[in-house]
Write a protein that binds this ligand. Structure first.
Ligand SMILES: NC(=O)N[C@@H](O)C(=O)O
Ligand code: NI
Length: 161
């Protein structure tokens, strides 16, 4: 049974697939007369080619049955897709270079303070969470023709350490 084991999510390990959206390593600037701080430019949003609009949405996800079977990978050829958790709970990120090449997969354990921004055309698994009702802010592209899927002949399995 081909299995994948998640590694901790880091900017360096995820660099080929997009951005890790986190404040670690960011330089906050003081705003609002000192009553807030902001960290800028945490992700490169690439969704407006062809003149379409940015789509800001909220996802509410539920966990998959264990062991997590990976039967499908997808990508969005027209734009990036950003997921930011709205609760401080770990979640899973799975990307690959080629869905049909198990050796090309990379599984990551993201903390509840880490989001990811999948770069345009990066193969990834749809949102994977551990608990019922987990909510995410999602920034992607308003367009119907922005999904490519590959269904695997043999499933892979994500093992949770
Ligand atoms: N279907 C949808 O909007 N979400 C997927 O693209 C995903 O990556 O979760
Ligand atoms: Ni997606």
């Amino acid at each position: 049974m081909p299995t994948l084991t998640p590694q901790p999510l880091t900017k360096a390990a995820f660099a080929d697939f997009g951005d890790v959206v986190e404040t670690d390593g960011a330089q906050p600037i003081e705003i609002n007369q000192g009553f807030a701080r902001r960290c800028n430019a945490l992700a490169g949003i690439d969704v407006t080619s062809g003149g379409t609009a940015v789509n800001v949405s909220l996802f509410e996800a539920k966990p998959r049955p264990l062991p997590i079977e990976i039967k499908l990978m997808e990508r969005h050829p027209l734009g990036s897709q950003l997921f930011m958790p709205l609760q401080d709970r770990p979640w899973l990120v799975l990307v690959c270079d080629d869905p049909r090449e198990p050796a090309s997969y990379h599984a990551f354990m993201a903390s509840g303070r880490q989001g990811v921004n999948y770069a345009r055309n990066v193969w990834h698994h749809p949102l994977l969470v551990f608990d019922e009702g987990e909510r995410f802010m999602v920034v992607d592209r308003v367009s119907a023709d922005n999904l490519e899927e590959v269904w695997l002949d043999q499933p892979l399995f994500l093992t949770i350490p």
